[in-house]
Design a protein around this ligand. Sequence first.
Ligand code: NAP
Ligand code: HSE
Length: 447
Amino acid sequence: MSIDQDTLARDGSSVAGVGLLGAGVVGSQVARVILDPDNGPEHNVDLNGILVRDINRAREGVPSELLTTDPEQVLSDDRNNIIVEVMGGEEPARSYMAAAMQAGKHVVTANKEALAKHGDELVGLAVDNGVTLSYEASVGGGIPVLAVIQDSLSANRIESIRAIINGTTNYILSSMEEGGSSFGDALAEAQELGYAEADPTADVDAHDAMYKLSILARLAFGASAHPDAIYREGIRNIEAKDLRYAGALGFTIKLLAIARNGAAGVRCRVHPALVPADVPMAKVNGVLNAVELNGDLLGPLWLQGRGAGAGPTASAVMGDVLRIAKGMLANDGNDKSAIGGLGGKNTANGPSIVDMDDLQVRYYVRLAAIDRFGVLAKIANVFGEAHISIASVLQFDADDERGLADLVIMTHPAREANMQEAAARLRQLDVVASLENLIRVEDYDTV
Ligand code: NAP
Ligand code: HSE
């Protein structure tokens, strides 16, 4: 990475002093970028201290003399006017960011959880203390999606967001589909590559994508989309056979994050979805993320790039750091009011959040059903009574020993509440051993 020479202090001295909270996958890369001599001896960012838990852990390219386990050594160091928080988790990250802003320091963070859960408080602290809070790295890894929403699209009313915003789950689903990897092996590879959260259940169960969608909805719609208000389903239930059956029907399966700002309010949902195999989203594989935005003036916009890992995330973190440094330089190091940030819209008067009940989509329903006559009629009756029209029924693999067969039923668009009612009844039906999967279809005539 080369650091833009425009960011040089006019007299060659540093204007930005960085205190780093965390030196794991992301923090170590940020440290290496700041300390890289190829970025020029005069670049205006100094790294003064790094908070970690374990001072003895090996960290390539990170000088051990910068490490400390005492947060005060970083937070109270007067040389640090920018605190970069890349430790993750809700606490103590939130408290450290709050303390830094209260002490008049700018904060750059990659922490989607803290932002999604405490965004109003943290944005408020930035405003009250006249500092910048920037968090581009929290969504989409290296993709500059937040800046695009906040700056480039600011004249637009954003109508919808549809995205793949978790690299780990996209890597797992792609590996299962393309390489026939098992779920466990693919997850282990994603961890090895530095994509997964410290606790990978955050990825697999879609908490991470939910936090990111919450941040996107706040910026794009001014909606106070607290994670509790977002529908969430992870990929734990997706089996290789679902990918195979979906493929036979002309689809792939992706973990999508979708938010639409309609007349009734904003609906935010994160769940696996059948995506038609011939649309661009179906071809976003591995660690890539993609975000489709739809603005009333611009129409659709597509952003794609690496969504996790040390390099892409450090790219976004350092973009924020250097933008703040440039702002300080332009204002002789002290005029904080002129510094831009990703504070976000005031959500107090934003649109309300609507639940899932009235969502209308097609569904893929996989049942393990008894393999004998009369079964289909009973199943079809449940759909009919829930006012759901069946589009097709296919029988795939059979388990002869247990006398069961995989039935995949594709529906026409149906109301979510009706589908859930039908699912509950199917689970009770004597001819159904189990309802193995219920996956929504994302049709591409809708964004
Ligand atoms: P990580 O590898 O687990 O690193 C976390 C770092 O924070 C470690 O250095 C750890 O210290 C330190 N730390 C954690 N809790 C601490 C505490 N209570 N006190 C002191 N130090 C503490 O995590 P990461 O992958 O770099 O992710 C960091 C943040 O970036 C997270 O918010 C994550 O969601 C976000 N993010 C990650 C990626 C990615 O691809 N990895 C992408 C975008 C955003 P020790 O090393 O001593 O254990
Ligand atoms: N664990 C996250 C992911 C890191 O896999 O997308 C990037 O935010």
